[in-house]
Design a protein around this ligand. Structure first.
Ligand code: CUA
Length: 362
């Protein structure tokens, strides 16, 4: 049944843990609408034949079926339709939440889109262009941004698609089921090279993946070793192929170079801005009231547009870093903050430390 429906709907094989369930809802909607169309056609055909014009025929009064049965039919149809849509909606909301919220044990890969390629950076420091290597059987969260225009990351076999925007981060997660190579397409028109903006996800056995990450090309003939280099970040330091540049350490350097550490601390001690220790995924109370989860979206928004959502109790002294940090630098800082998620801030560190001294600039 699944195979047959998948073929007549031209869907590629289901290769992620969510793909089958998403397709199942797809089938349910398609089959329901097809059944509806068949019913309407049959009834229509029946009435065409039953009430066709017969010649010769004397004048007859119009058929009067009475108002009541008509009303009940309409009400019945409405209830059936509303129930169906409600069922679709409830299943759909459940699936939406499932595909939006990455499992807590996901590994993270940073994705940068640009005309017309996909770049991948791993927290361990490995980088790849065009090919995203992942292990099977483990959830992978992608934290994505664009260097130029809007792109969209689309892996048909995984049934995942997400717009990738300049100046902010969007996320997506998947878990590959079996080793193999799966096509990545750009699904948002982004210029003359849009149709060539492709890549592939290569899912490897966890052991092969570990070997790939370790710098040794795994058994497969077409798999290249990861490149441990650092484009567009200047001052590479000692970046030999065997000493991976851990992204969080790059983040520390970027943060120091751009003056972030003059206001933010890494160990939880109070200062001019909120400490980065334990900040990631914590609940941040806002000056305007309400609160927000400090996820990638909030962190990058706060870097690019600091005044948008001020952490309660802090002064709005931070300048915007829009145009001052490029995508790899921003990703490195976000990774640094993620890396500090389990550093417990000292009590009171998330409220202002009382140093009113200026210097909030830069
Ligand atoms: Cu990138 Cu279309």
């Amino acid at each position: 049944m699944n195979g047959f429906l998948r073929q007549i709907l031209f869907l590629p094989p289901q290769q992620s843990t969510i793909a089958y369930d998403l397709d199942w809802l797809h089938y349910l909607v398609i089959l329901t609408t097809m059944a509806g169309a068949v019913l309407v056609t049959l009834f229509g055909g029946y009435y065409v034949v039953r009430y066709r014009r017969r010649l010769p025929e004397p004048d007859r009064p119009n058929v009067d079926a009475g108002a009541r049965p008509h009303f009940l039919y309409k009400l019945g149809a409405l209830v059936i339709l509303a129930t169906l849509f409600l069922v679709f909606w409830i299943i759909g909301v459940g699936q939406y939440m499932r595909i939006r919220v990455a499992p807590a044990d996901s590994m993270v890969v940073y994705v940068t889109a640009k005309k017309w390629m996909w770049k991948f950076a791993y927290p361990e420091g490995a980088r790849a262009i065009g090919t995203l290597y992942v292990p099977t059987g483990r959830p992978v969260e992608l934290v994505m941004t664009s260097r130029d225009v809007i792109h969209s990351f689309f892996v048909p076999s995984f049934r995942i698609k997400q717009d990738v925007l300049p100046g902010r981060y969007t996320t997506l997660w998947f878990q590959a089921i079996e080793p193999g190579s799966y096509q990545i397409l750009c699904a948002e028109y982004c210029g003359t090279g849009h149709s060539t903006m492709r890549g592939e996800v290569v899912a490897l056995d966890p052991s092969d993946y570990a070997r790939w990450l370790g710098g040794a090309a795994p058994a497969g003939p077409d798999i290249e070793a990861p490149r441990y280099e650092e484009p567009a970040l200047g001052n590479p330091g000692a970046a030999s192929p065997r000493s991976p540049l851990v992204l969080a350490r790059v983040g520390e350097r970027v943060a120091a170079e751009h003056g972030c550490l003059r206001c933010h601390t890494l160990d939880g001690s109070p200062h001019i801005g909120p400490t980065w220790a334990g900040l990631y995924r914590s609940i941040v109370p806002l000056e305007r009231g309400g609160d927000v989860v400090a996820d990638e979206a909030y962190l990058t928004e706060s870097i690019m547009d600091p005044a948008a959502k001020i952490h309660r109790g802090f002064q709005p002294v931070m300048p915007s870093y829009l145009g001052r940090l490029d995508a790899p630098e921003t990703a490195a800082i976000v990774e640094l903050i993620r890396d500090l998620r389990d550093v417990r801030p000292e009590p009171g560190a998330l409220t202002p430390g009382g140093q009113g001294s200026g210097g909030g600039g830069r």
